[in-house]
Design a protein around this ligand. Structure first.
Ligand code: G3P
Length: 227
């Protein structure tokens, strides 16, 4: 199950790469423009932080299939390492996914709101689909149910496409997507950190330390210093 960072912020990616078991980074045009930097050097900087093995997801901007194909080729030429090109599930996008599959360029079908979009994208040759869980919920849909249905359809019809859950508003949604059988999730740095933000853990750890120091003395700050 992949844990992917949905951000282009260098400081946050550096921090998460150091502390968390991260598998890659997803971006989209909105995420990139937030950083107010030239996009190619920014993406290369992300690549340098995560290394060549981990997947870096970069989205196209053009509207026509042929443009998207050219953008995908461009991205693959300009950036090193494992690149997955994110393509929106418009009709032109599906055509682009088909053409890119023939060229051996890896794709993720993004802006997925329904199981049927995911089904078509998978058939077209997308390696991943990214259902937008929180945005579906905000439309009073059921993002988790959409994920469950996609998982079922892929299984029943032996489609080898992977599901990367995306667009989350809270950790509960992420947990539900994990339980539904997704191959991975991509979430904002704040939500990845929130997975470990549990006040009881800090309180327990403090109690362990206090008990230790009470018997062995103030200097016993770790096992090596304990006499
Ligand atoms: O990766 C998908 C994504 O960036 C959309 O997330 O939080 O803007 O709905 P959000």
């Amino acid at each position: 199950m992949q844990l992917v960072i949905d951000s282009a912020n260098i400081e946050k990616i550096k921090y998460l790469q150091e502390y968390f078991p991260i598998d890659g980074v997803t971006t989209n045009p909105t995420i990139i423009v937030k950083e107010k930097k030239p996009f190619l050097p920014l993406l290369q900087e992300i690549r340098d932080i995560i290394g060549n093995e981990k997947e870096l997801f970069v989205q196209t901007v053009g509207s026509q299939a042929e443009e998207m194909v050219k953008e995908a080729q461009f991205i693959n030429k300009e950036l090193s390492g494992n690149i997955i090109v994110k393509i929106p599930v418009t009709t032109e996008g599906i055509k682009a996914i088909k053409l890119l599959k023939e060229q051996g360029i890896r794709t993720l079908a993004t802006t997925v709101y329904t199981p049927m979009s995911a089904y078509v994208a998978a058939k077209a040759g997308a390696e991943y689909v990214a259902p937008y869980v929180n945005r579906i919920d905000n439309l009073t849909g059921n993002g988790i149910q959409v994920v469950k249905d996609i998982v079922t359809i892929f299984k029943q019809h032996e489609l080898s496409c992977k599901l990367l859950g995306a667009s989350f508003g809270n950790v509960q949604q992420i947990q539900q997507v994990c339980l539904a059988g997704a191959e991975g999730i991509t979430a904002a740095p704040e939500l990845i950190e929130a997975m470990l933000t549990i006040p009881s853990v800090d309180a327990n750890v403090q109690q362990f330390k206090d008990d230790w120091l009470a018997l062995y003395g103030k200097g016993a700050i770790n096992l090596m210093e304990t006499k």
